[in-house]
Design a binder for this molecule. Structure first.
Ligand code: IVH
Length: 758
């Protein structure tokens, strides 16, 4: 009653004259009014107040919250930057996984979707099986959690299991109600955040007017806008939301998909007006055709039509595969295509020397995006064949001057699908793929079995050197604050840094004296000092990062960390690799002999004698010492490391110039940290080398490895004298035999679990 009285009078009072009681009542009144205004505007299509009035209510609400921050409501119509920042993008585990959809690309696949469901449910052809059909919105999915009708959390899809907490940002989207009337106590609403074409155009105009980079398409704009740390920025971006599904619920919304969508609409959500109930595949395909016809004039991007079994009890029976429901499918529109002229083919040289052909095109719009470059993959692709020599595009090659068909599928780099031979200029000649590197002139070699031609210039090739430097400073490598791709480019161009070690001598060379970093354009006293300090900070660094930073082919982040865990120190790794080198070279020669035999056998139409050839090649070279052989076996036995990775590692650390450059880098570092050993006191398997083989039934291979490592064991992929335990499941073959031969302790999965305590 007191609150009522306070409320009655509060609305007339200036914000700075409000008492605390009055402020509280006023905030409640404003929350209710604004929620009602949103409902009226969006669901009843009948705004009750003007935009100006709406804005002034929102402003008043914000001012009161600013004066009485402790009174800010959970369902506040506005959001404060501070609170959102504190919230950051924490992770939210979805109470129920957010699923994706399997795809159908033609009418037959839609019909077989219907047949498959009938088979699964044991329904004959005559039994009714209605589906809903609705546009597939090209935005990003969002899960909204309401408790007692109040929005308490919004999370992006993430990997399906865990998403990002974007609650503060979601609250700024007008299509998302803050409060629901008559909703189940617990309700998770799922749908798509998107941006209309008109809003996208004007956002891009604003972006460009203030010198920002325009967004490539509405989906990127929507994603970029939702994932802003400052909700005020999200608020200024006109995002929209369609509800089409749900997650956890305390009570069912309806008995059918269509009923549930209607219920969501009644609760105040936007649902797609093109959602239809269809009695079977023919009606679904008809509706697909009708949606496709309207696609260009809808005013927002869609990329297909989603069909869902209408009966929710049947949906429950059908359930899910690992990441997709059995009861729904997305019928995708064909990829967007356009024809244009191929003006030139440029060759880009990457970090590992790969020569990648890039098509330069007369700019053309493909699905709303202007495309002027496309990938041409490799020389075989240009020549009209795949890696095994089989023709693609009916064997048509691609020539400069050709009329080519470009397509984009999803977010990927544009590709060339086809060539129109009738438009080929008379003077067009087959493209001669360069056999020397366009950047440094070194020979570009294509090795047996490699689809890619590579520059052999190594560090003398400027393109490789600069790409290697960029890799060196990247996030999973040295990650030096203030030193990104742009700075690396500049330093390299000006001759300040030509290899990683020189990053660490920058202070010495350009911290004082005639030429100084702080005097360069774009730098100052403070930023120069910050950079030097950030570089010094990385003189102490983890081993895995050092290995990854070298940019060795096939040695990615995961392999680098596997190596670090196995060797535990730079010196141990490098001496193992050096010791193993003769064996690695013999392996390479043996594989070459095997490859030659394979080709010869194919040409002569006989069976290849691969094992014989391989054994002979290994046997013939007495120069490989038992130590070399043991070091090689140990290296290829590191779990996750195969022979190809091992050869790449051994070879690149054996190249003289490359190795000298690495040694110079190592000399600049103060401490290379071994990976942290798990606390393994009392562990029965600490320090032991374990091999898992055969199929495991109580856990996955990845899980078994993770648990063993957590207990301080080393997990290896091959059995040798160094192996302590072999855990063999059903179907274990040669590894089990080898364990017996070497007298290594052998146990089954249950015995292993008993050993490690369950
Ligand atoms: S239903 C359990 N309906 O498409 C089924 N998804 O490729 C949940 N999407 O992650 C999805 N429009 O982001 C559904 N009308 C629609 C959709 C839709 C767009 C998105 C959604 C999903 C992705 C799967």
């Amino acid at each position: 009653m007191a609150e009522q009285a306070a409320g009655e009078s509060a609305r007339e009072i200036a914000v700075d004259a409000l008492s605390e009681n009055q402020a509280q009542a006023e905030l409640a009144r404003l929350a209710e009014l604004l929620a009602q205004a949103n409902r009226a505007y969006h669901t009843e299509d009948a705004p009750e107040i003007s935009d100006a009035e709406y804005d002034s209510l929102k402003r008043r609400n914000l001012e009161i919250e600013e004066r009485f921050p402790e009174l800010k409501r959970e369902d506040s119509p506005s959001e404060q930057v501070g609170s959102a920042l504190a919230e950051g993008f924490g992770k939210i585990r979805h109470a129920q996984r957010m699923m994706s959809l399997s795809n159908a690309f033609d009418d037959d696949e839609v019909r077989s979707f219907d047949r498959g469901i009938r088979r699964y449910l044991g329904l004959d052809d005559a039994a009714p099986l209605p589906f809903t059909a609705e546009p597939k919105i090209d935005g990003l999915s969002l899960s909204l959690r309401y408790e007692n009708g109040v929005l308490i959390q919004a999370a992006t899809r993430g990997d399906g299991a865990t998403g990002e907490n974007v609650t503060a940002n979601a609250r700024t989207i007008d299509d998302i109600p803050q409060q629901l009337d008559g909703a189940p106590e617990l309700l998770e609403v799922r749908g798509e955040v998107y941006m209309s074409h008109a809003d996208f155009e004007s956002l891009n105009q604003r972006q460009e007017a203030r010198g920002g980079k325009p967004f490539a398409n509405p989906r990127n704009a929507a994603a970029g806008s939702l994932r802003q740390l400052d909700p005020e920025i999200t608020r200024a971006r006109p995002l929209k939301f369609f509800a089409y599904a749900w997650g956890e619920l305390s009570a069912p919304l309806a008995e059918t998909q269509m009923g549930a969508i209607q219920r969501l609409a009644a609760l105040g959500f936007q649902t797609n007006p093109l959602t239809r109930l269809c009695d079977g595949p023919q009606e679904m395909l008809d509706h697909y055709a009708s949606i496709e016809e309207q696609r260009a004039t809808l005013g927002y991007d869609i990329d297909g039509v989603v069909y869902k079994v209408n009966d929710l009890a049947l949906q429950a029976r059908l359930g899910f595969r690992s990441t997709t429901p059995r009861w729904a499918i997305a019928h995708k529109f064909p990829a967007e295509l356009a024809w244009t002229r191929l003006e030139a083919i440029d060759i880009q040289v990457g970090r590992t020397g790969a020569l990648s052909p890039v098509a330069r095109l007369t700019p053309v719009t493909v699905g709303g995006v202007v495309v002027s470059n496309a990938t041409l993959h490799n020389e075989d692709y240009i020549a009209g064949r795949d890696a095994s020599g089989t023709p693609i595009r009916d064997g048509k090659d691609i020539r400069v001057g050709d009329w080519v068909q470009v397509y984009r599928a999803g977010d990927v780099i544009p590709k060339i699908a086809d060539v129109d031979l009738s438009k080929r200029p008379d003077d067009a000649v087959p493209y001669a793929f360069p056999e020397t590197c366009p950047e440094c002139g070194s020979e570009a070699i294509r090795e047996e079995g490699d689809a890619v031609r590579r520059c052999s210039g190594g560090l003398i090739c400027p393109a490789q050197a600069v790409e290697k430097l960029k890799h060196f400073v990247s996030r999973a490598a040295f990650d030096i604050e203030g030193l990104g791709a742009k700075q690396v480019d500049q330093f390299y161009r000006d001759g300040w840094v030509s290899e990683p070690a020189e990053i660490f001598t920058l202070r010495e060379r350009y911290g004082s004296g005639l030429q100084q970093l702080k005097n360069r354009e774009g730098w100052g006293e403070k930023s120069a000092k910050n950079l030097f300090d950030a570089i010094d900070e990385k003189r102490k660094i983890e081993l895995g990062r050092v290995i990854f930073s070298l940019g060795i082919r096939h040695v990615g982040e995961v392999v680098a960390n596997d190596l670090a865990r196995h060797y535990l120190g730079w010196q141990a790794l490098i001496s193992a690799v050096d010791t193993a080198r003769p064996a690695a070279e013999r392996y390479r020669r043996a594989e070459q002999a095997v490859e030659a035999e394979r080709m010869a056998a194919k040409a002569e139409g006989r069976r290849a004698r691969l094992k014989e050839i391989r054994d002979a090649a290994w046997a013939e070279d007495p120069a490989v010492s038992p130590e070399a052989r043991a070091a090689w076996d140990d290296l290829v036995g590191v779990d996750g490391i195969g022979q190809i990775v091992a050869v790449s590692l051994v070879t690149s650390l054996g190249q003289e110039a490359e190795r000298a450059s690495i040694d110079r880098l190592i000399a600049q570092l103060n401490e290379i940290e071994a990976p942290e050993r798990p606390a393994t006191e009392g562990s029965p398997v600490a320090g032991k080398t374990v091999v898992f083989t055969g199929s495991l039934e109580k856990m996955t291979r990845a899980e078994a490895k993770a648990r063993a490592e957590a207990l301080g064991a080393k997990v290896s992929g091959s059995v040798s004298k160094k192996t302590d335990i072999v855990v063999a499941g059903p179907g274990a073959g040669s590894k089990e035999a080898k364990a017996k031969e070497l007298g290594v302790e052998l146990m089954d999965e249950d015995a292993w679990l008993a050993l490690i305590g369950g």
